[in-house]
Design a protein around this ligand. Structure first.
Ligand code: ACO
Length: 349
């Protein structure tokens, strides 16, 4: 069976930089609070009217396609991971297909939040391995700045997230032993409501309320969409931060070790871990638990915040551009997020 390699990688972040101090104009917060708990110093926000999740994905895709030595016309499948799509439906995959004037190829959207890109890589890997497709474009992109509560009420979440996009082109590997060695996907829906955006949605209000009995502040609305919902700020995400932290620091190392064990490798073999940029404290905890050196982990949440489905490809692209990833290196992508879902991909570059 063929294996799959990353033939080209690209990233795009909007021009507009928002520092922690800039956020003080909208909410009561401080650079010290944000840096101490998340490591974030600044993030990028997309242009309000000129940029969308799709347009940022297109910019990252153009670079990935060029670096793969191919053209948009050669792409035979699109996988687009995002939680902040341009429309509730249809998904961003078809919008990218239209914007890039691609052929009438398949376009699949993945809704797996922070682990979306790693899930997407796994799906693409199966199609390449079976020989069904030869040039798959995988994109992770987010325009969070349009869906956050920038008042003091929403500050525990809004300070964490930023906008941006990353993309890769996957092709059949050219050498024995090169490419994706294995991927590992997991979920546990038991805590689905602890990191979620309920509205607009088709949930039965009483059912969500039962699930969230211990979280009276969770923003649950009675209708799919109403004026009251907006007045009460029920259209914003909810996160129980400590629960996310506790689960993430267990599942991140577990899924990295699972990938290494599957391939009879150990942490000393790992050239580079690219963790989803959830929170610098989570990444540091994971690094310590795995006993990895600073040279084995790439973090850039300090500059870009948490860009959810875009964070892994942005960090991977940056590490590659900085020369931290070279041919033959062992690279592990790992992500954990809402769902909860978590995943890893082990790659021989
Ligand atoms: N600026 C200043 N003060 C704030 C802010 C802010 N941005 N946000 C909350 N506070 C205040 C709260 O109002 C509260 O004040 P009080 O004690 O007077 O009531 C105090 O700070 C503590 O608030 P908590 O919500 O309890 O904050 P906590 O210490 O738990 O930190 C955080 C929040 C950083 C989110 C933490 O829970 C955490 O690290 N969680 C991990 C989850 C995470 O990082 N998720 C990232 C996205 S999800 C993902 O990618 C998987």
């Amino acid at each position: 069976m063929l294996s799959t390699r990353i033939a080209g990688i690209g990233m795009y972040v909007p021009e507009q930089v928002f520092t922690n101090d800039d956020l003080k104009e909208y909410m009561e917060t401080s650079d010290e609070w944000i840096q101490e708990r998340t490591g974030i110093q600044q993030r990028r926000y997309a242009h309000r009217t000129e940029e969308t999740t799709t347009t940022m994905g297109v910019e990252a895709a153009k670079i990935a396609i060029e670096r793969a030595g191919t053209t948009a016309a050669d792409i035979d499948f699109i996988i687009f991971a995002t939680l902040s799509p341009d429309y509730y439906f249809p998904g961003c995959g078809v919008l990218l297909q239209r914007a890039m004037k691609m052929k009438e190829i398949g376009a699949l959207d993945i809704r797996n939040q922070c682990s979306g890109f790693v899930y997407a890589i796994s799906v693409a890997d199966q199609f390449i391995k079976t020989g069904m497709y030869k040039n798959i474009l995988v994109v992770g992109s987010e325009k969070h700045s349009f869906g956050l509560d920038f008042s003091t009420r929403g500050r525990n979440i809004s300070v964490i997230f930023g906008d941006g996009a990353g993309a890769v082109v996957l092709q059949p590997a050219q050498k024995e032993g090169q490419g994706i060695l294995s991927t590992h996907l997991h979920s546990d829906g038991e805590s689905a409501e602890l990191l979620a955006m309920y509205n607009p949605g088709t949930h039965a209000n009483h059912w969500v309320k039962d699930k969230l009995a211990d979280f009276p502040d969770a923003p649950i609305a009675d209708m799919f969409m109403s004026h009251e919902m907006i007045d009460k700020a029920q259209n914003f995400p909810y996160m129980d931060g400590p629960s996310v932290f506790k689960k993430a620091i267990v599942k991140f190392p577990e899924v990295v070790m699972e990938a290494l064990a599957k391939n009879n490798l150990s942490t000393t073999d790992l050239s580079m871990l690219i963790p989803h940029q959830a929170n610098l404290r989570i990444s540091q905890f994971v690094q310590q638990k795995l006993g990895l050196g600073d040279h084995q982990v790439h973090n850039n949440i300090q500059k870009f915040g948490n860009t959810t489905a875009a964070s892994v490809p942005i960090a991977l692209c940056e590490a590659w551009e900085e020369g931290k990833i070279k041919e033959g290196d062992l690279v592990c992508l790992a992500a954990f997020g809402s769902g909860y879902t978590w995943a890893s991909a082990l790659i021989r570059w």
